[in-house]
Ligand binder design. Structure first.
Ligand SMILES: *[C@@H]1O[C@H](CO)[C@@H](O)[C@H](O)[C@H]1NC(C)=O
Ligand SMILES: *[C@@H]1O[C@H](CO)[C@@H](O)[C@H](O)[C@H]1NC(C)=O
Ligand SMILES: [Zn+2]
Ligand SMILES: [Zn+2]
Length: 444
């Protein structure tokens, strides 16, 4: 290729790449230092205590999905104090903050904000003040860690080679807040997204995840099986929906045991069965409901399709009609949470530098689900678990238990991981020129 061609190609490239192609890349040691420094920074008593205070304030005032008004207000007040610009409202209570150059690349880090409709049973100074509501999944800690990351990033904003986007997301617990944020355009221009969840079982100072499918896709179904009620002693004048529903449930069990690949984990559970109220009356109808889970979109859609087909057809065998509802409108259809392979490598590098490679645990997929999957279905995403268990102390209860507690010592780890995953993503994943690097300088 001649000199003139090079010049025009470079000219064209410059038009399309707003990033300086020649930005000097850091050595592996310099990159590792970022992660180590951020953890030390986050562990400074002042920053650590600030996160603890925020977490406790949110814990005392838990708010359910799409009702996180005070939580959202608190977040915005802290962003204002730090001088971080943001957009609000996104999906009712959501907040999106921006730190860095305002230019691409854009990398997002995400925290969910909602609590659960359950009564806290832990007696402590910062117990939930709202009867019947509790932060029992750790989303209060997630918000505190993301604000901690915001603080670290804002204090190091000169080092950012692009823009970190903070996602404070409403309604993770079945509300599909992530989906609503996407519908509001939250992912526009975002190149990658990271999210974390506290883990009661994993030791503090460790993280766990895996490339590929991490958490199952999950859906719920409810079916009304209608027959014709009547006297229990004169069945010939009735169409019995109890017997039909029983056969439906047995047939549903065959979807996983007879139709699914035994090596492709799936679940179909009927957890609800309502119908009848007397010993001697066959009811008009029965309602059944349950959940189904799978690790690939294909298996998930196949299950959904067959659940509907089996319910209708098996009900028809016994002369009943059935209607099936998958609540698709209520957004409680979670895709499989799939971790991008390249981002997995990035995660192992960053977390390994910060915590030591032996503290990066490979985990098997879990049947639980996360609405982070809506993000990672749309753009490259990565989700991981942050250890909280300190073996010198009492065992922590699992999420969704009324006795759930947070080990607040884990907050600096989460904040530092968020901040360095994002900072190093911007440094290491600048849009790359396909031209050989040396030539650019030699010839210009
Ligand atoms: C089922 O639906 C058909 C068509 O609407 C109706 O004629 C029939 O009566 C229904 N059967 C029952 C048991 O509800
Ligand atoms: C675990 O708990 C002990 C006792 O409270 C404490 O000294 C130690 O620093 C904790 N470890 C971590 C990693 O937080
Ligand atoms: Zn939860
Ligand atoms: Zn959760």
């Amino acid at each position: 290729m001649g000199f003139c061609k090079w010049v025009s190609l470079i000219f064209i490239l410059n038009l399309f790449w707003p990033i300086p192609i020649s930005s000097k890349s850091l050595s592996p040691n310099e990159l590792a230092e970022i992660s180590i420094n951020f953890l030390n920074y986050a562990k400074e008593p002042e920053l650590a205590k600030w996160m603890v205070d925020i977490r406790r304030k949110i814990h005392e005032n838990p708010e359910l999905g799409f009702e996180e008004f005070e939580t959202s207000k608190l977040i915005r007040a802290e962003l204002d104090k730090m001088g971080i610009p943001y957009k609000h409202p996104i999906a009712v209570t959501g907040v999106i903050g921006y730190i860095g150059t305002g230019e691409p690349p854009f990398v997002a880090i995400r925290a969910d904000m909602d609590a659960l409709p359950m009564q806290e049973s832990v007696e402590w100074d910062h117990k939930s003040k709202i009867p019947g509501k509790m932060h029992a999944c750790g989303h209060d800690a997630h918000v505190a860690m993301l604000l901690g990351a915001a603080k670290i990033l804002q204090d190091h904003r000169e080092e950012l080679k692009g823009t970190v986007v903070l996602f404070f997301q409403p309604a993770e617990e079945g509300g599909g807040g992530a989906k609503k944020m996407i519908e509001a355009g939250a992912l526009q221009n975002i190149d990658a997204i990271f999210g974390l969840h506290v883990s009661s079982g994993a030791p503090i100072g460790t993280v766990a995840s895996r490339p590929g499918a991490l958490l199952a896709g999950s859906g719920f179904f409810e079916a009304v099986i209608s027959g014709k009620g009547g006297h229990a002693a004169i069945p010939q004048h009735t169409i019995d929906p109890i017997l039909a529903a029983s056969n439906v449930i047995v047939s549903l069990q065959h979807l996983v045991s007879r139709e699914a690949d035994p090596l492709d984990s799936q679940v179909v559970t009927v957890a609800k069965f309502q119908g009848g109220g007397a010993f001697n009356v066959i009811p008009d109808s029965v309602t059944i409901g349950g959940t189904f889970r799978a690790f690939s979109r294909k298996s998930f859609m196949q299950l959904k399709h067959r659940i509907e087909e089996v319910i209708r057809a098996q009900a028809a065998v016994q002369r009943c009609n059935a209607t099936v509802d998958f609540f698709a409108d209520n957004k409680i259809f979670f895709p499989v949470t799939v971790n991008n392979e390249v981002l997995h490598e990035h995660f192992v590098n960053v977390a390994g530098d910060m915590l030591g490679i032996k503290n990066i645990k490979h985990m098997e997929p879990l049947m639980g689900s996360e609405d982070f999957s809506f993000f990672s279905e749309a753009i490259p995403g990565y989700f991981f678990f942050l250890g909280m268990q300190n073996e010198t102390r009492a065992k922590l209860e699992n999420g969704h238990s009324p006795y759930f507690t947070i080990n607040e010592d884990a907050l600096p780890y989460g904040a530092a991981l968020h901040a360095s995953l994002a900072t190093r993503y911007l440094l290491e994943y600048q849009p790359k020129s396909h031209l050989p690097k040396g030539k650019l300088h030699d010839e210009l």
